[in-house]
Design a protein around this ligand. Structure first.
Ligand code: 3HC
Length: 310
């Protein structure tokens, strides 16, 4: 069997592809792109929430938010480490992010304007991420699939803490309920955009599905998220901001309105409300952290020398 036949045989039999296995260059490049963009999303996603640590309404709320943000940093770490197994360095991935060559999830280019947004981010953004990431636990590349197992466990806590914030506000004073509804109004459509373009416009999906990098389509995952989330909003007496949303008995799913793809591509192309601010902040933080990386590398090098000398 040729290398390609062995590779295809493993994919067909759901045997994980490991870093040392032969793989087609295009498979490797597809994963480098997707996994590094996934990692970038985790790290950039810390910014909108970091904005509210000093303004959390209680010490408990502050501690939970800090724990969640810390988790996201860890998710970025797992994903960069998994992406590095594909033969590309973290420095290169970071440089691609900072120069705009690489993407990160569009959702993080929207501002977080109230405490209710912390709820909407956990409930909707992490809720959407869970739907996507549970599916990715079965992805064909071993390190990626394994990184998803721990990430998904932590995402469930993220989604629950977000829903708790929204539920508390929805059951609070009329003003608080209004805050929760306002956050839902601003985050609903950008959250369903997270799943990417419709399948017919998803130019990466055919390879992704053939190589079992993607196990379910963008539209299938989006639909699953909508079907899960609408009853959660209704339970709190909140209204999904989509006049075309309607339960379709025949399909056993919700029909929903047309997504504003012009807005989506505008944000993806860098013209969202916060794109420039997010990258500027990342560049500054990366610069400020340079001494930490240098110190850690110097220490590791010294330890290696001591070990070698002993
Ligand atoms: N934001 C930015 N770019 C997006 C996007 C989005 N929401 N959805 C799609 N795109 C981009 C794709 O990256 C691709 O561009 P590229 O070729 O330059 O990379 C283009 O639009 C076409 O989209 P496709 O559907 O053809 O691309 P994919 O097959 O890669 O599917 C995806 C897109 C579903 C996002 C897939 O890449 C994926 O599943 N990625 C892993 C999950 C991920 O990155 N999630 C981001 C959020 S992580 C998060 O929310 C963390 C949580 O803890 C808060």
């Amino acid at each position: 069997m040729t290398d390609l036949e062995k590779f295809n045989d493993k994919i067909a039999n759901n045997i994980k592809i490991e870093p040392k296995d032969w793989m087609p260059d295009d498979y490797r490049k597809h994963l480098q792109r997707q996994m590094s963009q996934h990692a970038h999303s985790e790290i950039i996603g810390m910014q909108p929430e970091g904005n509210w640590v000093l303004r959390a309404p209680t010490m408990r709320a502050k501690v939970i938010l800090l724990a969640k943000i810390q988790d996201e940093a860890g998710h970025g770490l797992y994903l960069y480490s998994a992406a590095e197994t594909l033969g590309k360095s973290r420095d290169t991935y970071i440089e691609e992010l900072q120069t705009g060559k690489a993407k990160y999830s569009s959702i993080f280019n929207y501002p977080t304007l109230s405490w209710a947004d912390m709820g909407a981010v956990g409930w909707l953004v992490d809720g959407a991420a869970i739907v996507n990431q549970v599916s990715l636990q079965r992805t064909s590349y071993g390190p990626y699939a394994r990184s998803m197992v721990r990430i998904c466990k932590e995402e469930s806590f993220h989604q629950r803490q977000g829903y708790e914030i929204i539920a508390t506000l929805a059951k609070g004073t009329p003003k608080q309920k209004e805050m929760a509804q306002d956050a839902l109004n601003r985050f609903w459509w950008p959250s369903i955009m997270m799943f990417g373009p419709h399948d017919a416009d998803s130019y990466r999906s055919s390879n992704a599905m053939e190589w079992k990098i993607k196990l379910e389509s963008n539209d299938a995952l989006r639909q699953s998220f909508i079907d899960k989330t609408v009853p959660q909003a209704e339970l709190l007496g909140l209204t999904i901001p989509d006049p075309d949303l309607k339960w379709n008995e025949e399909r056993g799913s919700y029909d929903f309105g047309e997504i504003n793809w012009e807005e989506f591509w505008n944000v993806v192309k860098g013209n969202g409300p916060c794109n420039k601010q997010r990258i500027k902040h990342h560049v500054k933080a990366h610069e400020n952290g340079k001494w930490v990386r240098e110190a850690a590398n110097a220490y590791a090098k010294k330890q290696k020398e001591i070990k070698k000398a002993s």
